[in-house]
Design a protein around this ligand. Structure first.
Ligand SMILES: [Zn+2]
Length: 321
């Protein structure tokens, strides 16, 4: 089976996710490397962008010149066809202790109802804990920066980029809606989703969903679940956690990906999706709903990466009947 970099000869960038090593890959046209060299600490646009969107001390542009990643969160690990690849290993959230007794278990380290289980809050550490999100933020901030520069390059080369699946923009901030993702999906991606929908329809694998006839995409769902487990350092998801994840497509080229969160934290592509930041000709919008954290944003980037790969490489054709 062909890989994305073999199918997508004329894209500017695309994402890929490998579940076996929980690594998110960013592929971009190798010729853009020289453009990155123009990004440096003296560059006004980069400084402006960094100061506007980036928390001080976590990450910034200067390191992108050295390693093309921020801190050590992303490293270039190879060249594939027309593309250079940056690998982002998804980190485990570091747990730090405050010294006070855990509020949930009152310092026993045990689950309130099940004595043989560790406390779900402190994981048996007995002390109140909080998570260090620096590593997750470094990834989302690097992505935000990469996507921003890709967008600038896209306008210069739009005519020749027939294989671009999506153009997205992401932000990183604090508070509600601070990790929004928006953009457009291309006709090529829409057509790919339609082909997949009809493949499943012929096999009677569609169901009546909230928004009409739909097909679940377990490939993307499993990818998001693996990220959830890696970041939380859990070996499985409880049914209620898993229930929050969702990945489906429809005949109209629509898709929706939902991650864990309090209120339907999703990205979706459709004619109605709001929040598009720019257009690809004949495409439709990608919008989001209630994305509040780097944890959610990374899950959905992985969901989009997996959906894209699944569609363009026609991985569904290998499913058993
Ligand atoms: Zn506890």
């Amino acid at each position: 089976m062909k890989k994305q970099y073999e199918v997508l000869e004329n894209a500017l960038y695309f994402l890929e996710y490998d579940k076996s090593n929980t690594t998110l890959y960013f592929y971009f046209r190798t010729e853009c490397l020289s453009e990155f060299n123009a990004i440096n600490s003296e560059n006004k646009m980069a400084i402006l962008y960094r100061n506007k969107y980036f928390s001080p001390g976590v990450s910034y542009t200067q390191t992108i010149i050295k390693t093309h990643g921020v801190n050590d969160c992303g490293v270039i690990d190879g060249i594939f066809g027309n593309y250079t690849r940056i690998a982002f290993m998804i980190p485990v959230n570091k747990i730090t202790s405050s010294g006070e007794d855990c509020f949930y278990c009152r310092g026993s380290g045990k689950h309130r109802n099940y004595n043989d289980m560790d406390c779900p809050s402190c994981k048996g550490l007995k002390k109140q804990t909080c998570t260090d999100k620096t590593a997750l933020l470094a990834i989302t901030e690097t992505f935000s920066l990469l996507l921003f520069f890709m967008e600038v390059l896209f306008y210069e080369k739009e005519e020749e980029l027939h294989d671009q699946l999506y153009m997205i923009r992401s932000i990183v901030g604090s508070g509600h809606w601070s990790h929004a993702i928006g953009g457009s999906m291309s006709k090529k991606f829409i057509d790919g989703i339609n082909d997949m929908f009809h493949f499943h329809k012929e096999r009677n694998e569609t169901y009546k969903g909230m928004m009409g006839e739909a097909v679940n995409v377990n490939y993307a769902l499993d990818a998001m679940a693996s990220v959830w487990m890696k970041i939380k350092n859990e070996s499985f998801m409880t049914p209620s956690n898993k229930h929050e994840l969702m990945a489906w497509i429809r005949f109209s080229g629509e898709f929706s990906l939902r991650c864990e969160g309090e209120n339907c934290c999703t990205i979706s592509g459709s004619r109605r999706a709001g929040g598009n930041t720019f257009f690809i000709k004949e495409g439709q919008s990608i919008g989001c709903h209630n994305l509040d954290s780097a944890f959610q944003q990374i899950q959905l980037l992985v969901g989009l990466a997996s959906l894209g790969e699944y569609v363009v490489c026609k991985k569904y054709e290998t499913l058993p009947v």
